[in-house]
Design a protein around this ligand. Structure first.
Ligand code: NAD
Ligand code: UDP
Length: 331
């Protein structure tokens, strides 16, 4: 990479699942990466392989407090993403989304830096329009158990668009749909990690409700390509842009697939459906296709195989000389 093209890039939430893959990707492109994380849900294991890298820096910091650094670009990913984690301390979740956005936007304004927001399909709530297009305003309960996350992310989108209108800031908003892959937290309660962990230990897979609810799962490598294309798109493209895989599956189908791929003896048990659990979710990605030329390539079975392999590795590391960091990943 030419010295002129080399950028200093801040990744908040860089020790998390998506953030750590993004750090890998940006370093491989030749950029300098500053990873900021308070390790609320992220782990050192996710970035351990980067700690000696000459273009990688790690800063333990909570984005609800102001941050003074000098960078050229900002990816704002800091926020717990799994329902179990974000409902554990809902007030902190809203603060992270809203105060975090204000602090990172303030930083971007001072630096005149481009800034990317990891928004979510949760802004559509339990959608009444299917598949979800970006111009659908959503169906969100403002006072339910998921509201800290959904409304926090909606308010962050508002702030991003107001900084664009009011301060001419170059913003990029991605609405990310369910994404999976290696480095998902094994105990984060999300469906892919739960099912794989259960399948690998031959425990019953826990289906919430009757399993007819749907989600659309994107493999992490596809998503990170989408981040890059959106961040480097023309300034006129602010988004929001849906990024996700448009192939939709019921939770029953997912459970069957994971049992088969992991050659597990697990059965299935049914548990109560959590409140406000969306019945259907599938992105309409026409905008991403047209404006970014992006679409996911990795098939669910291939992505699941790679993810199953990662979780197998974590399980086998427990008890070996890798045990301490593997156990840390399991906490
Ligand atoms: P994750 O929980 O693995 O990563 C989030 C990271 O943010 C963690 O490393 C955590 O320690 C850090 N963090 C949390 N609060 C912080 C704070 N106050 N200050 C500094 N760091 C903080 O989750 P993920 O799946 O990697 O998600 C990353 C981003 O993408 C989140 O903003 C999430 O809302 C968004 N997103 C993810 C998905 C998905 O399917 N993974 C879907 C939609 C949106
Ligand atoms: N789910 C499930 N069993 C589990 C975990 C989740 O059936 O062990 C369901 C959950 O109720 C939801 C879907 O799987 O309908 C996706 O849940 P996840 O927490 O992964 O993400 P969400 O899309 O709900 O944020």
């Amino acid at each position: 990479m030419k010295e002129l093209d080399r950028k200093r890039i801040l990744v908040t939430g860089g020790a998390g699942f998506l953030g750590s893959h993004l750090c890998d990707y940006l370093l491989a492109q030749g950029h300098d990466v500053l990873c900021v994380d308070n390790f609320y849900t992220g782990t050192k294991r996710n970035i351990a392989h980067l700690l000696g890298h000459p273009r990688f820096e790690l800063l333990r910091h909570d984005v609800t407090f102001p941050l003074y650094v000098e960078v050229d670009e900002i990816y704002n990913l800091a926020c717990p993403a799994s329902p179990v984690h974000y409902q554990n301390d809902p007030v902190q979740t809203t603060k992270t989304s809203v105060h975090g956005a204000i602090n990172m936007l303030g930083l971007a304004k001072r630096l005149k830096a481009r800034i990317f927001q990891a928004s979510t399909s949760e802004v559509y709530g339990d959608p009444q329009v299917h598949p979800q297009t970006e111009n659908y305003w959503g169906h969100v309960n403002p006072i339910g158990v998921r509201s800290c996350y959904d409304e926090g992310k909606r308010c962050a989108e508002t702030l991003f668009m107001d900084y664009r209108r009011q301060h001419n800031l170059r913003v990029k908003i991605a609405r990310i749909f369910n994404t999976y892959g290696p480095r998902m937290h094994p105990n984060d309660g999300r469906v892919v990690s739960n099912f794989i962990m259960q399948a690998l230990s031959n425990q019953p897979l826990t289906i919430y409700g009757d399993g007819s609810q749907t989600r659309s799962f994107c493999y992490v490598d596809d998503l990170i390509q989408g981040f890059d294309l959106l961040m480097n798109s023309q300034d006129s493209v602010a988004g929001p842009v849906n990024l996700g895989n448009p192939v939709e599956h019921t939770m029953l189908e997912l459970a069957d697939k994971i049992i088969t791929l992991s050659k597990s003896r697990s059965t299935i048990v049914f548990k109560p459906l959590p409140s406000d659990d969306p019945a259907r979710r599938r992105p309409d990605i026409a905008l991403a296709r047209t404006v970014l030329g992006w679409e996911p390539k990795v098939k669910l079975a291939d992505g699941l195989e790679r993810t199953i392999e990662y979780f197998r590795q974590i399980q086998s590391d427990v008890g070996t000389n890798q045990g301490a960091s593997a156990r840390a990943a399991l906490i």
